[in-house]
Ligand binder design. Structure first.
Ligand code: HEM
Length: 407
């Protein structure tokens, strides 16, 4: 039996074999707002129940995203300043105007127009894979060869970033999200510089496209007026980093994790293959289950309480999405993966004013990916044990050897 006192959900090592579901379940039951030690000598509150995660997300006045950014580790002052230029690290009143400017570019209508473009990107990626078949079967690595290509290509293409820079975009964003995994993170210097280098590149693109009349997302964002002022080049540089980083590893995690569950549940695979119109509901379950980000953090702006637990001003508060998504007071049989789940208010995209801006884009990419995959391939099976990313933040696979058979 696991004991509360010994429980450690900070150590990234404890995410390597699986999501620490046993620890999360114990927390929800015994200590839903739990004081957890941090290796920096301090500590932080872990909020594990669905209801409390929603309450913290909603109350942006008391729980600030800006004061200490959204990662549990405190950032050095200069890096914190940069991070506060990202939407994710802004509180009102800074947050609203910038968010509204970006939202305009991500409407349902605009996304519908993007569908053919994303389908073409997807079929191009699958064509690449097809060119490697020597017989009707191909052994490949799903995470990098298939799942990883799509999000980077979609974002690169949306932003109008030259194609030869796409692999660099992916490296920069991986360095920032998976520094704790020795197979993915770069050298210490590369990791430290990734955000600045990427921001500088975004800045350069913004300068080139200012007043240029282009219709890529960079040109649209850099030339938009937000309540009287244009997005500045440095605001844009932060947005560029955020949009690119936010959409890469998360969507890759969803595609690979979603496929792994379908491989493990062949009857669901067969159902979706026969009737892809069920994909939207299945994708919500993939989001609940794979929950590509374990948590985001807030910082208390005053003395307060959560679920009866007293919290002091400046305390760190972690909203544990990958626990909330398995809370049995909200989800029926939460430990079962069920593509027919009806009531599914998962928190995979967060909640409240910071709700993921790319949510519908990620859903669209995932639907198109599975539709095209089913059309082209007859089957997929595992050829070895998948490996998970060593991280307490990013919940995903880094390696999944598969065999695919073409029709
Ligand atoms: C499966 C894929 C994805 C997942 C699981 C995911 C998850 C999240 C989460 C949990 C948040 C924070 C919500 C909160 O604090 O309440 C967020 C915010 C955000 N995401 Fe995503 N994301 C995904 C894909 C994308 C994509 C494709 C893009 C962009 C193209 C994107 C752009 C953003 C932005 C800009 C924000 C900040 C919004 C704000 O602060 O107002 N995300 N995402």
């Amino acid at each position: 039996m696991m004991e509360l006192k010994k429980l450690d959900i900070y150590n990234p090592e404890h995410y390597v074999n699986d999501v620490p579901h046993e620890a999360f379940s114990l927390l929800r039951k015994e200590s839903p707002v739990h004081w957890h030690e941090h290796p920096d000598g301090g500590g932080y509150w872990v909020v594990s129940r669905h209801e409390d995660v929603v309450a913290v997300s909603k109350d942006f006045n008391t729980f600030s995203a800006q004061r200490g950014f959204v990662i549990v580790d405190d950032l050095p002052e200069d890096i914190l300043k940069q991070a506060q230029g990202q939407l994710l690290g802004m509180d009102p009143p800074n947050h609203g105007p910038i968010r509204r400017a970006v939202v305009k570019r991500f409407t349902k209508k605009l996304l519908a127009e993007l569908e053919p473009k994303i389908r073409k990107i997807t079929t191009d990626i699958l064509d690449q894979v097809d060119s490697r078949f020597e017989t009707d079967e191909l052994s490949c690595e799903f995470v990098d060869d298939l799942a990883g290509e799509l999000p980077t290509s979609v974002i690169g293409s949306l932003l109008g970033v030259p194609r030869d820079m796409w692999p660099q975009l992916r490296r920069w964003s991986d360095f920032q999200t998976s520094a704790s995994d020795p197979d993915i993170g770069g050298t210490e210097e590369e990791t430290q510089n990734a955000s600045t280098d990427m921001g500088a590149y975004g800045y350069q693109l913004a300068m080139e496209r200012k007043d240029g009349g282009g219709d890529d997302l960079i040109s649209l964002l850099i030339n938009v007026e937000i309540e009287g002022h244009k997005v500045t080049e440095s605001e844009f540089a932060s947005l560029f980093v955020q949009i690119t980083v936010a959409g890469n590893e998360t969507t890759r995690g969803l595609l690979a994790g979603g496929m792994l569950e379908l491989i493990k549940h062949p009857h669901f695979y067969a159902e979706l293959e026969a009737d892809p119109s069920q994909l939207p509901q299945a994708i919500e379950e993939m989001l609940r289950w794979t929950c590509p980000l374990h948590y985001f953090r807030r910082t208390a702006t005053c003395d307060t309480e959560i679920g009866g637990q007293k919290i002091k001003e400046n305390d760190r508060v972690v909203m544990m999405y990958s626990s909330a998504n398995f809370d049995d007071s909200v989800f029926n049989r939460p430990m079962e993966f069920d593509i027919h789940r009806e009531h599914n208010p998962h928190l995979g995209f967060g909640y409240g004013i910071h709700l993921c801006l790319g949510a519908n884009l990620a859903r669209l990419e995932t639907r198109i990916f599975f539709e095209e995959f089913f059309k082209r391939y007859k089957s997929i099976s595992l050829e070895g044990e998948p490996k998970r990313i060593r991280s307490n933040l990013v919940n995903g696979l880094k390696y999944m050897p598969v065999k695919i058979t073409r029709r």
